[in-house]
Design a protein around this ligand. Structure first.
Ligand SMILES: *[C@@H]1O[C@H](CO)[C@@H](O)[C@H](O)[C@H]1NC(C)=O
Ligand SMILES: *[C@@H]1O[C@H](CO)[C@@H](O)[C@H](O)[C@H]1NC(C)=O
Ligand SMILES: *[C@@H]1O[C@H](CO)[C@@H](O)[C@H](O)[C@H]1NC(C)=O
Ligand SMILES: *[C@@H]1O[C@H](CO)[C@@H](O)[C@H](O)[C@H]1NC(C)=O
Ligand SMILES: *[C@@H]1O[C@H](CO)[C@@H](O)[C@H](O)[C@H]1NC(C)=O
Ligand SMILES: *[C@@H]1O[C@H](CO)[C@@H](O)[C@H](O)[C@H]1NC(C)=O
Ligand SMILES: *[C@@H]1O[C@H](CO)[C@@H](O)[C@H](O)[C@H]1NC(C)=O
Ligand SMILES: *[C@@H]1O[C@H](CO)[C@@H](O)[C@H](O)[C@H]1NC(C)=O
Length: 780
């Protein structure tokens, strides 16, 4: 993976980024320098240096390399001296620097060199461009006990709007003494913008600027101030104040509140207009851990890659080692399988689901048919108007209503049907409006299925699902003068929920299928949370509306829910490790919806039921998680043992181990022995009668003396046995082990891998400690 050139990396990211970076990629290539993230083994470095002096140390090292290579140089090459952008010292050891390939070669010979990865751009996990929905936060999920103790949540995101009501510090005491963070000065940001609620704000852009050129301060704040809105939204979701009477133009009205609303908040801005660069993200995580955050929330990601070349995995391992809980969004690449990102076992990976409220609109066709759709448009109903679609509405691209494709004469005064894809959903509405259209029906293709996202459209508009879309196009074909109207119903409660969002990325993990990913699901569709007062809710420049709260969807929105819940649990159970908190969230998660039916999946085409590859262990339930009975705990050495089973070599392992770690002998630790709170069982090749064993150890955190019985819901195609079947505890904190054996009764089908699902639950009175089992058969 280290062989990818920088330009390949850029091309692999989304269309927006290719366009955005057209101008700057030439700069990068002429300078013959690339930003690399260099990992160093501190135990093997030639000279020791004191904490805080790493940057000077690496600069001196680079300096000597430059002088050395200048001696052997042909004239003209490598004129530009290398530059150290960041030194990393808390979460892991190393630095980021702009280097030529020649400098890199010299660097590889330095003692302690482990690896060099070209820097790469990641994206924020909202579901593509502006997608906005609305929803009340925290209902039923929120347990406000222990809110008095100090918890600090750090956000690696697009910054923060410090004046927002969600971040006011009325009645709050000064930050805890352990806090070492600062409030950095920058564009429209000064030290006085922090307070006892927003206790830290830093900006990281050295890596980004070496990609994109200097940030244009008239378009974007070169500081922790948030111009995108994403960071303000995620921070207020996890830890924003309780704010009464919040709404989006009257929709989703109610109290807005962070999951742990008395948390302190620290913003680490590493995401800019075109994305987030790894070297900046790493610097942000490193600083956040050094500053003393308790929880880190990362609503971002790229394409899945092996953990040894995944910067977020490496840096978050350092965070976990320092006792910091890390939650990450699973990604918005669903419903295709094996799309889940951020799958390292020490990370809590969060899927996204709908909750029980929607923003309803009814589309009525001239033939009497009507369909329920979704929107945040809040005006009067349209009249029954002519509708146009595709070539009847304009030129090439008119079916997507892309920029400039609509014909004013054909569209004026009509409702335009626009298909999802190509451009942003609110952007389609902008096109229809500027062409004189009176309204828009946004239709899903099969890919988006019945996903209904409510967006802050700037004209009367609603989105309908794929099946309604078929009826509408059929109707359009069947009549000469098709008509439709849209009626806006506003906020509607009582929908079946949770349902897994189609966009939520799915397992199994393509990097380590030995662990089920995602881990849990949390609300991520129609989330109402804080918004900067200078940014339009639709993200459109032509939209002059300004709001205090906005509605977004994405695993970006579900992740901070879990970050806030982790802070709640950490204050309730101060002695729990990050792994214990995650175990509690997982083993108490539920898999039935509010109608007592299994949680359904909006993105599935044939089966309507969600599987652990969509929601992991299920939907988080914080009150149960605060009293889980048993926990599956893990240490950093356990994770390292697991990495050994992935056949990572010693230099790959030392990226995580900070030096000194030796893998156990082959077979002494099997992938299934990672003390994880869920079970991924993999049969490769011809499997009948093959047995796979999993070893687990549970710790009693419930009543001192109690006895648990095992209950197994057997997946199809296997026989599961557990030994022992009863665990009798005498003490709090006592650890007992058990073994689960799984025998395959069949082999794989010839063409594709297949999976079946079940569960293993330890039951004692009110305690049900549940772990999903996912069995997968594949040829290779
Ligand atoms: C940022 O600061 C400049 C100069 O002080 C001021 O003109 C501008 O209005 C500020 N913008 C915001 C959004 O605060
Ligand atoms: C910065 O952005 C403004 C507004 O878009 C533009 O007028 C200006 O030319 C830009 N400056 C640079 C240096 O690109
Ligand atoms: C809530 O907002 C409405 C207007 O949107 C206002 O009439 C009402 O007084 C507000 N209530 C509170 C408690 O602030
Ligand atoms: C759309 O096209 C118009 C001119 O045709 C242009 O001014 C505008 O910037 C374009 N908008 C986008 C989002 O590309
Ligand atoms: C409508 O007609 C177009 C061609 O005129 C065709 O491509 C499309 O499949 C038809 N749709 C339906 C639902 O019949
Ligand atoms: C580990 O693998 C990487 C990538 O293949 C390689 O560059 C490195 O030299 C290997 N290290 C050891 C100690 O084998
Ligand atoms: C490395 O491990 C060995 C054996 O476990 C131990 O003796 C040594 O002190 C360790 N070195 C460091 C730098 O931690
Ligand atoms: C699997 O084991 C059963 C009983 O132990 C035996 O009857 C059967 O032939 C075995 N199947 C295979 C494919 O080995």
């Amino acid at each position: 993976m280290h062989s990818h050139s920088l330009s390949t990396m850029i091309l692999r990211t989304s269309l927006l980024l290719i366009v955005a970076f057209m101008a700057t990629s030439s700069i990068a290539s002429t300078s013959r320098q690339t930003t690399y993230i260099i990992h160093m083994d501190k135990t093997k470095m030639a000279a020791n240096h004191s904490p805080g002096s790493s940057k000077q140390y690496y600069e001196a090292m680079i300096d000597s390399i430059t002088k050395l290579s200048a001696l052997t140089e042909e004239q003209g090459q490598d004129k530009i001296p290398p530059k150290v952008l960041y030194a990393y010292e808390t979460a892991f050891s190393g630095f980021a620097a702009k280097l030529s390939t020649k400098h890199l070669e010299s660097l590889k010979r330095v003692d302690g060199f482990l690896s060099a990865t070209p820097d790469e751009l990641l994206t924020l996990h909202t579901t593509h461009s502006p997608q906005f929905l609305g929803l009340e936060i925290g209902k039923g999920l929120w347990d406000p006990t222990n809110l008095a103790s100090d918890m600090i949540i750090g956000f690696i995101d697009s910054g923060i709007w410090p004046e927002h009501v969600s971040f006011q510090d009325t009645g709050m005491t000064p930050p805890p003494s352990k806090w070492k963070g600062v409030c950095e000065k920058g564009t429209n940001f000064s030290q006085s913008h922090c307070n006892n609620k927003l206790i830290g704000a830093r900006a990281f852009f050295k890596g980004y600027e070496s990609f994109a050129g200097r940030i244009n301060e008239t378009e974007e704040y070169r500081s922790a101030r948030d111009s995108q809105g994403h960071g303000t939204h995620t921070a207020s979701t996890a830890g924003g104040n309780l704010v009464a009477n919040a709404s989006f133009f009257g929709l989703a009205k109610g109290s807005a509140s962070g999951m742990r609303y008395t948390s302190r908040i620290a913003a680490y801005k590493a995401c800019w207009r075109y994305g987030c660069v790894n070297s900046d993200i790493l610097a942000a995580i490193d600083k956040a851990v050094a500053d003393g955050v308790d929880v880190l929330s990362l609503s971002l990601g790229g394409s899945p890659k092996p953990f040894y070349s995944d910067s977020v995995a490496i840096a978050s391992f350092g965070a976990i080692r320092n006792g910091v809980f890390v939650s990450c969004s699973a990604g918005n690449s669903g419903p295709s399988s094996s799309t889940v990102d951020n799958t390292a076992p020490w990370i809590t990976t969060v899927a996204a689901n709908y909750i029980d409220r929607s923003f309803s609109a009814i589309v009525k066709l001239g033939n009497g048919q009507s369909f329920e759709g979704s929107t945040l448009y809040y005006g009067h109903a349209t009249k029954q108007l002519p509708i146009v679609y595709g070539k009847n509405a304009g030129s090439a691209g008119a079916q997507y209503c892309i920029n400039g494709s609509l014909n004013k004469k054909r569209v004026k005064g009509k409702i335009v049907v626009c298909q999802r894809g190509q451009n942003s959903r609110t952007g389609k509405g902008e096109q229809v409006k500027s062409a004189g259209g009176a309204g828009m029906i946004l239709i899903n293709s099969n890919n988006e299925g019945e996903e209904l996202l409510a967006d802050p459209h700037i004209l009367p508009a609603a989105e309908v699902g794929a099946s309604a879309a078929k009826s509408i196009t059929k109707y359009l074909n069947s009549t000469k003068n098709p008509t439709a109207s849209i009626v806006f119903k506003g906020t509607v409660f009582g929908k079946p929920a949770p349902m897994i969002a189609a966009f939520s990325s799915r397992g199994p993990s393509s990097i380590a299928p030995e662990v089920i990913k995602p881990d849990v699901t949390a609300p991520g569709v129609n989330i109402l949370a804080g918004w900067p007062s200078m940014t339009s809710p639709s993200g459109l420049k032509s939209d002059k509306r300004r709001v205090v709260f906005n509605v977004l969807s994405g695993t970006s929105m579900s992740c901070p829910h879990v970050s806030g819940l982790a802070a709640l649990l950490k204050s309730a159970r101060k002695d729990w490790s990050p792994a214990a908190i995650k175990s509690a969230l997982m083993t108490t998660a539920y898999t039935l919806d509010n109608t007592r039916a299994p949680i359904s999946d909006v993105g599935s085409s044939n089966s309507v039921l969600a599987t652990p590859f969509a929601y992991g262990s299920g939907h988080v339930d914080p009150e149960s998680a605060s009293d889980p009975g048993l926990i599956y705990d893990l240490t950093t050495d356990d994770y390292l043992n697991f990495l050994c089973t992935l056949n990572y070599n010693s230099s790959q392992i030392s990226l995580f181990s900070k030096g000194n770690f030796t893998c156990p002998k082959p077979g002494a630790f099997r992938p299934g022995d990672l003390n994880y709170p869920s079970f991924a069982v993999n049969f490769k090749g011809n499997a009948p009668n093959i047995t796979v064993e999993h070893q687990r150890t549970v710790t009693n955190v419930g009543p001192p003396a109690c006895s648990y019985n095992v209950q197994v819901e057997q997946p199809d195609g296997v026989l599961v046995s557990v030994k022992p079947e009863i665990l009798s505890f005498q003490k709090l904190g006592e650890k007992l082990s058990y073994k689960m054996s799984v025998v395959s009764l069949k082999g794989p089908t010839k063409t594709s891998s297949t999976s079946s699902f079940g569960s293993l639950t330890w039951v004692s009175g009110k305690y049900k400690v549940r772990s999903p089992i996912a069995v997968t058969w594949s040829w290779r």
